[in-house]
Ligand binder design. Structure first.
Ligand SMILES: Nc1ncnc2c1ncn2[C@@H]1O[C@H](COP(=O)(O)OP(=O)(O)O)[C@@H](O)[C@H]1O
Ligand SMILES: [Mg+2]
Length: 372
């Protein structure tokens, strides 16, 4: 008996719901024949138990007809889809994106954009489909940091194609405006812009969209949380007490907006001297741990001050990609792994849900209406 006999027999097994057989589909793998013993794998796309049972039965029947006696069929299928971001009870205006990560901070200049860039690239290097949305409408730095500041996105109808660099899809107000232009916007316009970034950008089917927020807790944060179920919130802080005070506000916001808190990134934590590679304490180190405990979360990473990080940001050559062996790149990689594990955990527990923070007025009724 040969592999040919096996494939010939299995051509009689159609994939449930389709007219094609499982051999033609290419689902049959790892066939091993030893006399009348056969073992094989059927690698299917459905995770439904009925499909698995039906295929095992039919394949066994066909192989027996062909004269095999000991039949060992292993079926591999993706895990049953978890109730992820596309939860029916919540609102998601970008349903092709599975998970949303909000990167926030109490104040500006602490390294939010640097963190967003390097974590997004690290996740892409780990095989995920990743997007990076620069929601810092007043201070869009992502295009420069990702090295796409000279590129203009392609318009398709009334939608916009994201830019792409380092395996990451990118969109930013900076890519839509002329360089140096400033914006003076009202809150309602910021809310509109955030919605358009989610609805009118042609994001692919992404595993994760990392969203670099403006500093603080305002309209942009609320709009984002109401528009899509945010799977994970990350707060970036520097170790000084003054920054920590602000990051408490950011952690408090995650709780109020029902955003699962992935943790804190302590940035500019110690200094790595470029000439001797030793790490020394400048702004303090480890001050973030007690704040993490207060909010029942943990410190995802401590990223030292490293001149290469600043240079990488200014020149559009992020360390995670361009200096993968550096200490900081390794820490971003570990942080990305940690974040992905957290996302899996949130999804395994039912996924993020923004139902509770939707505006309470019924559709068509303005929140300002007096109800007459
Ligand atoms: N760990 C670090 N080491 C060295 N420079 C850093 C580090 N983190 C951020 N920077 C630099 O500090 C500046 C502010 O960082 P940025 O990410 O733009 O902050 P934010 O987005 O919070 O305003 C940038 O020039 C960036 O390159
Ligand atoms: Mg920024």
């Amino acid at each position: 008996m040969t592999e040919e006999n096996v494939l010939e027999a299995l051509k009689n097994v159609t994939y449930p719901g389709f007219t094609k057989d499982i051999v033609t589909f290419g689902f049959v793998k790892d066939v091993a024949v030893d006399g009348s013993n056969v073992s094989l794998t059927i690698d299917i796309t459905s995770s439904a138990d009925e499909v698995k049972a039906q295929l095992t039965d039919e394949a066994t029947t066909e192989l027996k007809k062909a004269g095999f006696e000991n039949i060992n069929i292993n079926i591999t299928a993706p895990q049953a889809p978890k109730q992820m971001s596309n939860s029916v009870s919540g609102k998601n205006i970008a349903p092709q994106v599975k998970n949303f990560v909000m990167v926030s901070s109490g104040k500006g200049g602490v390294g939010k954009s640097t963190t967003s860039v390097n974590i997004a690239i690290a996740m892409a290097m780990q095989g995920k489909k990743v997007g990076l949305l620069d929601a810092d409408i007043y201070g869009p730095n992502i295009p420069r940091m990702m090295g796409v500041d000279d590129q203009k996105p392609e318009i398709q109808g009334n939608k916009v194609m994201p830019l792409k660099a380092y395996g990451v899809e990118i969109m930013s107000m900076g890519s839509l405006m002329e360089p140096g232009q400033s914006l003076i916007w009202r809150g309602s316009m910021i809310m509109k812009a955030i919605e358009q970034f989610l609805r009118d950008i042609l994001w692919s089917e992404l595993d994760v969209l990392v969203i670099d927020m403006p500093p603080g807790t305002g309209d942009a944060q609320l709009t984002l949380a109401q528009s899509v179920p945010v799977t994970a919130g990350i707060t970036v802080t520097t170790p000084q007490e003054v920054s920590l005070d602000d990051s408490r506000r950011s952690l408090d916001m995650f709780q109020k907006l029902h955003i699962p808190t992935a943790g804190i990134i302590e940035n500019m934590s110690g200094f790595i001297c470029p000439s001797c590679e030793t790490e020394s304490d400048i702004f303090g180190m480890g001050t973030t741990e007690p704040v993490a405990k207060e909010y029942d979360t943990h410190v995802i990473a401590r990223i030292p001050i490293e001149p290469a990080i600043r240079v990488g940001g200014d020149t559009g050559m992020p360390v995670t990609y361009h200096k993968p062996d550096s200490e900081t790149a390794k820490r971003y990689q570990t942080a990305a792994t940690d974040l992905l594990a957290f996302i899996d955990k949130v999804n395994a527990e039912g996924g993020a849900d923004n139902q509770a923070i939707q505006p309470t007025t019924p559709p068509g009724v303005s929140a300002c209406s007096t109800g007459a």
